[in-house]
Design a protein around this ligand. Structure first.
Ligand code: NAP
Length: 267
């Protein structure tokens, strides 16, 4: 099997990376950064996001696994002291695949009406440097509301524990094919009115944001942000692609939620 490693780059992660490569090559696995079947991220959830985007072009042939060198993560859920166990599992056991939903965002601009398509593992956020954003929000072709505020966050179920949670969004189990639209500081007064609660949209429902007064937006997908000029519309839905996690042991989502937010252990 061919594998690759994406490291956070700090000393601890680098040392661990070198050990993993030595162990796995010792079991005749091949280190291949171009076409890995297994991508191991060593660092935190941020490093995992980077690994995902590095190999986003070959999601159907790649499985991901995360080792954390800081605190327990949602994607990076193996500890450095489990390294030997994990390496033996990787070398000897066929892994189970667990697939979770991704977010598709299509940004249409004047001059590029077909739009640029991007995928996000956690979320996309849409803000502007020009003050408040104003959007008409359509759901499945029908006008839902006009939003005015700091911006919107559209997240996946696995991203629901990240930025979305800080905005008061719900935590969604990743077995549900859904996306969540969460407001960032909406203006609600006699003139502007929004629903005020997060919206959870199922697969095949599309949410389209149509700019009102702004045309330049800061659109972040996961850890990176780009500026888009002359934006006509931003379409968001559950992507047809999924992320594939390599599973070697059961670790329930709710257990990770508990460990991260309720009763943190010393992992
Ligand atoms: P960062 O600003 O350096 O770190 C953001 C934090 O979010 C890190 O502690 C990271 O964990 C954690 N995180 C990432 N994905 C998560 C998930 N699915 N569930 C729970 N926690 C998660 O940025 P970064 O490391 O490049 O990560 C980018 C992410 O930061 C974005 O996708 C967004 O979700 C999040 N973010 C959150 C806020 C907020 O909560 N107010 C604001 C901006 C961005 P690790 O320490 O393990 O890497």
């Amino acid at each position: 099997m061919k594998f690759s490693i994406v490291s956070r780059g700090d000393e601890r992660s680098q040392n661990l990376t070198e050990s993993i490569i030595a162990y796995l090559e010792g079991f005749s696995l091949i280190y291949d950064e171009k076409e890995p079947e297994l991508v191991i991220s060593v660092g935190g959830d941020g490093t995992f996001l980077e690994a995902f985007h590095r190999y986003v072009h070959r999601l159907s042939e790649t499985a991901f696994i995360g080792i954390h060198t800081g605190h327990l993560g949602f994607y990076a859920d193996w500890t450095p002291d489990e390294l030997e166990k994990l390496v033996i599992e990787i070398a000897k056991t066929p892994y189970q695949i667990v697939e979770y939903p991704l977010l598709e965002v299509i940004i249409c601009q004047r001059g590029n009406e077909e739009g640029e398509r991007v995928l996000a593992l956690n979320e996309a956020t849409i803000k502007t440097a020009e003050g408040s954003v104003v959007f008409d929000i359509d759901i499945n072709g029908e006008h839902f509301e006009t939003f005015r505020g700091d911006g919107l966050c559209i997240s996946t179920p696995t991203g629901s524990t990240a930025y979305n949670k800080a905005l008061g969004g719900a935590i969604i189990h990743p077995s549900l094919d859904a996306i969540q639209v969460t407001e960032m500081a909406s203006i609600n007064n006699r003139v502007f009115r929004t629903i005020g609660s997060p919206l959870i949209l199922p697969k095949h429902h599309t949410c389209v944001l149509k700019p009102g007064i702004n045309s330049s937006f800061l659109i972040a997908r996961d850890h990176s942000t780009d500026t888009y000029q002359d934006v006509i519309s931003i379409q968001c839905r559950v992507a047809k692609e999924k992320i594939r996690f390599a599973r070697y042991r059961p670790l329930t989502f709710w257990n990770r939620v508990k460990e991260s937010f309720v009763s943190a252990s010393d992992k």
